[in-house]
Design a protein around this ligand. Structure first.
Ligand code: F6P
Length: 344
């Protein structure tokens, strides 16, 4: 068995554990694994693939990032590029390709599988918003980082009697904001699924002061909508190849902090957690889950179950169609959002 493996889209802690699982499983079966550098770019550009020596995966279980590198190169942008990827899979004589990624990377994997190419997927995104699967590699690590940051921000916000706005990742969904906010005791959580008005947030903060709470932690997802704040104009060059706006340039946290200070008169600061949420060592959960799902993807490849992807269902690993996983985004349900409000 000759397998290719690539990681695409934003990196996430746990990717190396998944790569290691694929390589170790292949090694046990005397197979070969070809590493593709930088996501789909590695199958569009020449000389971006090489045989992975099993020794290379020793010691990477605990290391963040991805040993293969990643990119947001999108071969679906032109028929030519998709054709190039298809021919490279043939030239490399791959029996299967394991594509690890979120909705963008997996939409390419699904398109290739639909053309009859031997592709399987692995769900990875710290946003945790793929359909069908209950979990994506990287989410637990991101939530742990947000939780630790909120713990730290509590003590300084309390000492200075300030409002602390904390901007976290979450382009279209608020999983990191809600779970991190619940674990870190946020006093208000603002996410893309449930738009709010600036006046509602200001009212809530004033109410807290009246009740003797002289500091507040407001968690806002980078893609949230707050009525009353200026609209965000995205320059065409500030979009990636999949058409997503670079929200790190939007600065909703800073905008919200300024507007809240103006509306309430409470001293307000902003902290943008940014790429720290994707960096560093994976949690134990991410290491274990990535290992399980990496090994499961290897099994799917061996079985010739192309166009399929291992997903989390309950405590176990189930199998789904890649096309179903990328069909839409899994959004935060109202009951979870409402639960967070109990603690405001
Ligand atoms: O991978 C998803 C994500 O982390 C989003 O939450 C965020 O908007 C985006 O990646 C940032 O992308 P980039 O790494 O291209 O700046």
């Amino acid at each position: 068995m000759r397998l290719g493996v690539l990681t695409g889209g934003g990196d996430a802690p746990g990717l190396n554990a998944a790569i290691r699982a694929v390589v170790r499983r292949a090694q046990a079966d005397h197979g070969e694994v070809i590493g593709v550098r930088n996501g789909w770019a590695g199958l569009v550009e020449p000389h971006q693939t090489r045989l992975i020596d099993p020794h290379e995966v020793s010691g990477i279980l605990a290391v963040g990032g991805t040993m293969l590198g990643t990119s947001r190169v999108n071969p679906l942008k032109s028929q030519g590029s998709l054709g190039q990827v298809a021919s490279r899979i043939g030239e490399l004589e791959l029996d299967a390709l394991v594509a690890m990624g979120g909705d963008d990377t997996l939409s390419v994997a699904g398109a290739l599988a639909a053309q009859g190419l031997p592709v399987v997927g692995v769900p990875k995104t710290m946003d945790n918003d793929l359909q069908v699967t209950e979990y994506c590699i990287g989410f637990d690590s991101a939530v742990a980082i947000v939780t630790e940051a909120l713990d730290r921000l509590h003590t300084t916000a309390a000492a200075h009697h300030r409002v602390m706005v904390v901007e976290v990742m979450g382009r279209d969904t608020g999983w990191v904001a809600v779970m991190g906010g619940l674990a870190g005791g946020a006093d208000m959580i603002i996410i893309p699924e449930f738009p709010v008005e600036l006046s509602q947030i200001a009212h809530h903060l004033r109410g807290r002061r009246t009740r003797g709470r002289d500091f507040s932690i407001v968690v806002v997802a980078e893609g949230a909508t707050v009525g009353g704040l200026a609209d965000f104009e995205v320059a065409p060059e500030a979009r990636d190849q999949f058409g997503h706006a670079l929200l790190s340039r939007r600065g909703i946290g800073a905008q919200l902090a300024e507007a809240l200070e103006g509306a309430t008169g409470f001293e307000t600061r902003v902290t943008v957690l940014g790429y720290t949420q994707r960096g560093g060592a994976p949690t134990a959960y991410d290491r274990i889950w990535a290992t399980r799902v990496g090994a499961a993807a290897y099994e799917l490849a061996v079985e010739g179950a192309f166009g399929k992807i291992p997903v989390k269902r309950g405590d176990g690993v189930a199998v789904a169609e890649i096309a179903a996983v990328v069909e839409s985004q899994r959004r935060v349900p109202e009951d979870l959002y409402e639960l967070a409000k109990v603690f405001y």
